[in-house]
Design a protein around this ligand. Structure first.
Ligand code: FRU
Ligand code: MG
Ligand code: CA
Length: 599
């Protein structure tokens, strides 16, 4: 060991990037054998919000050509795969989650040719492209819905139609909906349709009618849609809003849609979701079989067509048991390649301490089926941005956790530069959820617009997002200080930390190594990744607003001295410096990634 430390002392400063194994007596170290893994099991997966990524034609709205032009950004950032929120034809009540034609590109985003070109360019750069599949509902302006409302034989059972529960015998326009169900976006989940003279179900906006999955024709149509985009060359799909796929069957309830019980949560008013316990509208066990069928379909597609594996990953906010069922059921029937892990969004806040972080991380890893691929999500288009929910001084630490935990690292557009929520006034508010649930005083409690403001490319007009000074959502006010171009120039920046971390992911320790995560104090946690014969990588992260001193001897498998591989921008522990002392003092939010001797 004396020899090793000597070598470290001399070479420590220049040894970053070199595996310690070459610096030590290779005879004494057995290097673990590395079996290559499939691309999706350890990728950096980046969510694009198409409307806000890059505008190429100056209309103030992001588009496909804009994306195509900026694909190099992903190569530069170390991103391996992108998934984009819906780009399909839509009247945009829910900004693309209300699809009117599942086989067409939305005109504001471009043409089918633009999409094909984007796919082609991305693939040439080695970037996978995944699409958003929205199976729960279609726009009420879709041909499916128009034909269904017109009682067209082929389409009449495409949606969930029902008679009123009660009609006033004196005045028949006075009627009650089939059940008390409440939409996710507030108020009744049933809407009267004059053409059809029935109510239809919409678990989201009124313009998003729920498909009827008890109709086999609907399932067939979904396969057609999946096949269409797979044939174009898509590498897979994110599956939207799965917990809402099926609802109680009236056949099981005396021919009526059953009312849901009140939950007794006093913070909710009767028209708000949360007022009712969603036992008949969410997490129905039957919906999982549909997901398992989609997996069979995609597995078969992979088998027939070969090439790199196409994957599906699922979206659903639900409890851990129902979440894990998306991976597979108890008979081993496979579902999503992975369900999104939203625990960093739902279980943690700026108030969480190191124990909460550790508990949350271990929750997922504990429940996940053996051999399954984990994933970590820190933000998306439905939630306040990561540094806004936590703190700006935590950006690098959070990105470090994301990149160093086992499995897939998911980045929401802007997280690589630490973008915060933008300010969107009530007048500028366009989110249907905010408009339905809030008023000019309360809307920010519900609005998803602040997390959807355009990406900050540079400090020019509209942050380099668009040549137009007016954009579909306003540019966040902090763009002059917080933008990609500046962070590329600055000696230290969130972006440079992000790049260092995505580069580090190429090391077998991160793709194949063991993990160990613990709280050292109430403020500071550590994550050790180790793999026999390869450098041990250690993240130490003070999640609190206090200065904290920790004892490094308590970190499993960490032998000092160690080299600082990267640290958060506020850290005084500079890249490539040596950590030799047992006591380490960390400032608020400070994170340090150490490279240490192999075990
Ligand atoms: C996630 C989401 C929302 C959208 C909803 C309905 O829950 O993607 O953004 O409004 O599903 O598609
Ligand atoms: Mg545009
Ligand atoms: Ca549904």
């Amino acid at each position: 060991f004396g020899f090793t430390v000597g070598v470290l002392g001399v070479l420590g400063l220049i040894a970053v990037g070199i595996t310690w194994a070459v610096l030590t007596d290779s005879e004494t170290l057995k290097v673990a054998e590395i079996t290559p893994i499939e691309w999706w099991k350890h990728c950096v997966l980046y969510q694009i919000y198409p409307r806000s990524f890059k505008d190429s034609d100056g209309d103030g709205i992001g588009d496909l050509q804009g994306m195509s032009k900026e694909l190099e950004h992903f190569v530069d950032a170390g991103v391996n795969a992108i998934w984009m929120s819906p780009i399909f034809e839509s009247p945009m009540y829910d900004f693309g989650y209300d699809i009117s034609n599942f086989y067409e590109i939305h005109h504001e985003y471009g043409t089918m040719e633009d999409f094909e070109q984007l796919l082609d360019r991305a693939h040439k750069l080695g970037i996978k492209v995944l699409l958003d599949f929205v199976p729960n509902h279609a726009s009420t302006s879709s041909e499916y819905f128009i034909q269904s409302a017109a009682n067209n034989e082929t389409y009449k059972d495409y949606f969930v139609w029902a008679d009123p529960r009660w009609v006033d015998p004196v005045n028949e326009t006075n009627r009650l909906p089939p059940s008390n169900w409440i939409s996710v976006f507030a108020n009744s989940a049933w809407e009267w349709n004059d053409d059809r003279q029935k109510y239809y179900l919409h678990q989201f906006a009124i313009q998003q009618a729920d498909f009827n999955y008890r109709n086999p024709e609907v399932k067939k149509e979904m396969y057609k849609i999946l096949q269409f985009w797979l044939d174009k060359g898509a590498d897979g799909f994110r599956l939207d809003a799965l917990p809402y796929l099926m609802e109680a069957d009236p056949a099981d309830h005396g021919g009526l849609y059953p009312d849901e019980p009140h939950c007794g949560l006093t913070q909710y008013e009767p028209h708000q979701p949360g007022y009712l316990c969603t036992i008949y509208t969410k997490d129905l066990i039957e919906l999982y079989d549909i997901v398992y069928e989609w997996r069979e379909f995609i597995d078969e597609y992979n088998e027939v067509h070969g090439g790199d594996t196409r994957i599906i990953f699922s979206e659903g906010y639900t409890n851990i048991t129902m979440t894990m069922l998306y991976y597979k059921n108890k008979d081993g029937r496979l579902g999503a390649h992975f369900p999104f892990n939203f625990d960093f969004i739902t279980d943690l806040t700026a108030e969480s301490d190191a124990r909460d972080f550790v508990y949350t991380i271990l929750k997922w890893l504990t429940y996940q089926p053996y051999g399954a691929v984990s994933n970590w999500v820190f933000g998306n288009h439905d939630n306040n941005r990561m540094p806004t929910r936590f703190r700006s001084d935590m950006v690098d630490g959070l990105n470090s956790l994301n990149m160093m935990l086992p499995g897939v690292a998911v980045t929401y557009q802007g997280e690589e530069i630490g973008m915060r929520d933008g300010y969107v006034s009530w007048e500028d508010t366009v989110d249907v959820e905010a408009i339905n649930k809030g008023n000019n005083e309360t809307y920010l409690l519900f609005s998803r617009d602040p997390a959807r403001t355009p990406f900050h490319w540079d400090n020019s007009t509209s942050a380099g997002f668009s040549t137009n000074e007016t954009t579909w959502l306003p540019i966040a006010e902090d763009y002059l200080e917080l933008n990609l171009a500046k962070q590329k120039e600055d000696e230290r920046s969130h972006y440079k930390v992000y790049q260092a971390l995505t580069a580090l992911r190429k090391e077998p320790t991160l793709s194949h190594g063991q993990y160990h995560v613990r709280a050292l104090t109430i403020h500071t946690l550590y994550l050790v990744r180790s793999l026999h014969g390869y450098d041990t990588l250690v993240l130490i992260f003070n999640v609190s607003e206090e200065i904290d001193t920790v004892d490094l001897r308590r970190i499993k498998d960490l032998q000092l001295p160690a080299v600082v591989y990267i640290s958060s921008i506020q850290s005084d522990k500079l890249q490539e410096s040596l950590i030799e002392e047992n006591q380490l003092t960390l400032s608020p939010g400070e994170a340090v990634v150490l490279r240490a001797l192999p075990t």
